[in-house]
Design a protein around this ligand. Sequence first.
Ligand code: IPD
Ligand code: CA
Ligand code: CA
Length: 266
Amino acid sequence: MDYRKLCLNAIDIIHKTGEYIKRESQAFTQQMVETKSHNSFVSYVDLKAEQRLVDGLDKLLPEAGFITEEETIRKSGEVFNWVIDPLDGTTNFIHGLPVYSISVALMENGKPVIGIVYEVERHETFYTWVNGAAYRNGYKINVSSSPTLSESLLATGFPYHDFAIMDSYFEILKELLPNTRGLRRMGSAAIDLAYVACGRFDAYFEYGLSHWDVAAGAFLVQQAGGVAGRFEENSKHSTGDQILASNGKIHQEILSIITEKMMASE
Ligand code: IPD
Ligand code: CA
Ligand code: CA
């Protein structure tokens, strides 16, 4: 399998889909939004974008199946599966904020072999394939080299639908805010991870995520020399999926704060 070629061909499909999303953003209004569940929104743009991605990627690798957020296709692959979030940052998109992305990963026997995050409005493509390097628009990228939290800029996603562990989340923020250069909430998990991969952020954490939010971005972070994984292995809380991604150097420092605050609330 020529993963590099497959990755570059997938990027072409993603770019065309990005053009579609950008075009639609011009005439988009709040009336076109549907609510899936509390604070979870979807529009025809998410659905159409996903269909375009699925059509293109299905032709590219007919034996592959799909795990997609909007479930426009039901097809499972024995070996290969694409994991797709056609529009990551829908809340930004529907409010006219220019921070959203397309996230596509290819899994082979459950392990990532390609990861692509395309930040549409900045026309920045972050991509990697197994045994290759990680890139941003053709340039190799690496995680940052910040050795301590005090020299680090972090990203997170505020809780917006699962408020069960909100108190411990705020305890974590209380510890991090005075001891870092600050925290950002971009509104697209895939972008947060891509920015850790290229060193803009030193770390990112969030809970309540889904596979398609993080599959491509977590692989990008690992391929760029960082660490990405769950932050809580033994907690009694059922928090859904979660991620802590970092440059590796500050991983333990943040992990200790997160686990200490989580445990304190149990
Ligand atoms: C959301 C974004 C957001 C994160 C949420 C995700 P969506 O994805 O990645 O940054 O905080 O957890 O669900 O709904 O815009 O695809
Ligand atoms: Ca998402
Ligand atoms: Ca989405």
